[in-house]
Design a protein around this ligand. Sequence first.
Ligand code: G3H
Length: 249
Amino acid sequence: MRKKMVAGNWKMNMTPSGAVKLAEELKPMVKNDDVDVVFCVPAIDIVPVVNEVKDTNIKVGAENMFYEEKGAYTGELSPEMLVDAGVSYVIIGHSERRQYFHETDEIINKKMRKAIEHKLLPILCCGESLEQRESGVTLEFIKKQIVNAFKYIPPEKVINCIIAYEPIWAIGTGRVATAEQAQEVCAAIRTNIRDIYGAVVAERIRILYGGSVNAGNANHIFSMPDIDGGLVGGASLKPEFAKIVHYDK
Ligand SMILES: O=C[C@H](O)COP(=O)(O)O
């Protein structure tokens, strides 16, 4: 039985003081032993948020990291810095980073390998554009993203990674994929994982859905057999996030 996960992706929102306030407000509301709760926060908010949520059930994630150990990479953060700051998870390959920062599958694979080397748990994002969905290439495109992201990573490491299926057309648009559409793709991702890494890894790896998840649709989406929770953008910045964490109440 896979434990559910609800991860908030705060994106480029929240100043350090605002982040502390939000974390303080949410922390008593998101206690749920049946769900892993993660706040993925902007780099500058990591240290204050880690501080604010220590001794709670909340883990902190980064929204990005670089794939080199250290050196002359102005503006970047290394995995060692994240680990030392108290980060447990890192989002890798979000569609916004693929789109605005030109992250390729090759870059994403390097980041995946480096995160795992440092025992950070990657939340790998994949998802198709509206054009791809309409031309019927969704499953094929996502398979390629998955295969490329996990290249050279052994099954015993893949098993602990998280995959987030986020159709680009459903992100921040209010246009949510139906639970059945999300299930279809998440099931296909699990089949891809089974074909490459075997049944044990496929049964254990967690696959989240992301894209306009809110308090009203979380229960239906998370009840799908291959969907193990959500990666939540907009609604993670509000008390509504706690309702998503308690989706089955
Ligand atoms: O990482 C989160 C996703 O991009 C979803 O964002 P959203 O919930 O605002 O649609």
